[in-house]
Design a protein around this ligand. Structure first.
Ligand code: FES
Length: 573
């Protein structure tokens, strides 16, 4: 350890170390909690931001893991302080956890700022918790380290492997067509989530925890360890030991994160066939680090990075298999020539020093035998999405990647739910399903509604994929030819607001194009006639959100969080 700071230079010294009235209060109240001066005096205070909650199934083990993190902190001579923060529980929180990502980012930043914290351990994993915790910690820029929740074990139904999300959509369609019945559906419900941990497909959780590791914000290998594996608590206590050293070294996110880290994270996300949500989160994170990241950069990298991870929904296997095959360190080893391996990570080692081998070429494919030649995500533009949109083409029906068809338009989810299975709906397999009013402000919170269901009458005819377009997001565990994140969203007058039933819509992924074939004069007439709908939330947090959230192509951060004058350390009087 390269010790750069003395105890008197710790941030917490201002609370504990001076001899005045206020510091008397801080010391006496710490003693009230049962700690003697020997427990905390002159030691780094480590804030553990814990997103455990009784309503977050992905974080059920955090009650125990936090004790393991604390064990490591005590061992290394630190003083652990657990700080619960809002848990963004993907299955339960409505209308969408995305509405609250910035809330948790802000909470993380303010918890770290307003208390005597010298360094932070961030405990998250369920989808938006990872970007939220990192966004707050990056802005606060205290030594910080991320402890990923780890994926849950494989699901199982009558000997068939089940993957979170992906197999729910698959068997739901089977149930809608009557191929399976209520009994089978209940058995699937019993077997799909068998242990603590986040979704074990390459959904947003696995994608973003991997991104956190590639950025350099976790210990090497941490993101691939299944939550139920004994390696997971060992990683947690090691993280506790390491954060104390990081405080003495004054080793902060700004020492770790630069343009190279974000490029490497994008490269890895693409090679993983990762979630489309990563586009929004990585842009938001990069901008917090003052790194200029945009959709164009994503697309550029996507054209040269193949998909190597054979994980659902793009591939066949699950995170548990990926871990046994070498995990993220194995994948990065395969990508070596495309990465910046000299970059330092929270471990203090360079990224290149921490790579391992690959133990199963079927699961982590070699560069000369990829799952797909091109990265799993493409950025499209055109008169329907002037500021861009994305498609996970690795998880789409390849026949539909160049397609023109008539639009069938739905205004918001209620309209969609009310009409999609109507036998009289004018729709066929060539139609393009369009959902609007589902963006950051319109929904609000840009829910994962982008996997528009296939109309039942087409499902019954064997149709399993169609071109679908929306200003919503889609679960990273989902699959299908879904064009997402159309920007600007319809609620603010983006061209999606102007589409009408029957308009011809052209998708051409190879040309990165999304066009509505309506002439500009007609579009301009429609634009003049368009009136903004009322904001969904008139007061409270929802109103703050609508007033300040940026569009998807800009990362959906709040304008006032992404930039602005620096904030001084709090006064202590
Ligand atoms: Fe938590 Fe999927 S529900 S990660």
């Amino acid at each position: 350890m390269n010790r750069k700071r003395r105890a008197e230079e710790l941030r917490s010294h201002r609370w504990y170390g001076v001899r005045d009235l206020r510091s008397f209060g801080h010391r006496s109240r710490t003693k009230q909690m049962g700690y003697a001066a020997e427990d905390y005096s002159g030691k780094p205070v480590i804030g553990i931001i814990n997103t455990w909650s009784d309503i977050n199934p992905c974080h059920t083990h955090f009650k125990e893991r936090v004790e393991e993190v604390k064990r490591g902190i005590w061992q290394a001579g630190g003083f652990p302080v657990e700080m619960p923060a809002m848990s963004l529980s993907e299955p339960f929180q409505k209308p969408s956890t995305m509405l609250y990502r910035n809330f948790l980012a802000m909470e993380t930043e303010e918890l770290l700022r307003s208390y005597p914290i010298d360094g932070a351990v961030l405990m998250g994993g369920c989808d938006k918790t990872t970007p939220a915790l990192l966004m707050g910690a990056i802005t606060m820029d205290l030594p910080a380290l991320f402890v990923p929740a780890g994926p849950m074990l494989r699901g199982n139904w009558r000997g068939n492997t089940l993957g979170s999300g992906s197999d729910v959509w698959k068997y739901w369609d089977e149930k809608r067509t009557g191929t399976i019945g209520e009994c089978e559906w209940e058995e699937i419900e019993d077997g799909i989530a068998r242990s603590p941990g986040h979704c074990m497909t390459m959904g947003t959780a696995s994608t973003m925890t991997a991104a956190a590791e590639v950025l350099g914000m976790t210990l090497p290998g941490a993101s691939s360890i299944p939550a139920a594996d004994s390696g997971h608590p060992r990683m947690a206590s090691m993280s506790g030991r390491r954060i104390v050293e990081m405080v003495w070294e004054d080793f902060k996110p700004s020492d770790i994160l630069d343009e190279r880290s974000y490029e490497d994270a994008v490269t890895a996300v693409l090679a993983l066939g990762g979630s489309t949500n990563a586009v929004i989160h990585l842009i938001a994170l990069a901008r917090r680090s003052s790194v200029p990241m945009d959709l164009g950069r994503f697309d550029e990298i996507s054209r040269r990075v193949p998909v190597l991870a054979n994980i659902r929904p793009s591939g066949e296997y699950l995170m548990e298999d990926f871990y046994y095959a070498g995990g993220l360190r194995g994948l990065l080893y395969r990508l070596e020539e495309m990465l910046h391996l000299g970059r330092v990570t929270v471990s203090g080692q360079a990224m290149g020093e921490t790579l391992t081998g690959v133990y199963d070429d079927e699961i982590i494919r070699p560069l000369d035998d990829p799952l797909q030649e091109e990265g799993g995500l493409a950025v499209l533009r055109g008169n329907l999405a002037p500021d861009g949109c994305v498609i996970k083409h690795s998880a789409a029906d390849q026949r539909l990647l160049r397609h023109t068809g008539p639009a069938v338009v739905f205004d918001g989810y209620d309209d969609l739910a009310g009409r999609i299975d109507d036998p009289n709906l004018k729709v066929d397999a060539d139609s393009v399903l369009v959902l609007r009013g589902a963006g950051p402000i319109g929904a609000p919170g840009m829910p994962e509604w982008g996997l528009i269901p296939i109309p039942r009458k087409l499902l019954e005819r064997g149709v399993r994929d169609m071109v679908r377009i929306s200003d919503a997001r889609m679960s990273g565990t989902a699959y299908g030819t879904c064009v997402l994140h159309v920007a600007p969203e319809s609620h603010v007058g983006g061209p999606l607001a102007l589409v009408r039933d029957g308009d011809e819509v052209e998708l051409d992924v190879a040309k990165r194009r999304l066009q509505i074939k309506v002439d500009e004069r007609e579009l301009s007439r429609r634009r003049d006639a368009w009136r903004p709908p009322p904001r969904p939330y008139g007061r409270g947090y929802g109103a703050i959100f609508a007033g300040h959230v940026t569009q998807a192509n800009e990362g959906c951060d709040f304008d006032f969080l992404a930039e602005g004058a620096s904030i001084p350390e709090p006064e202590i009087h």
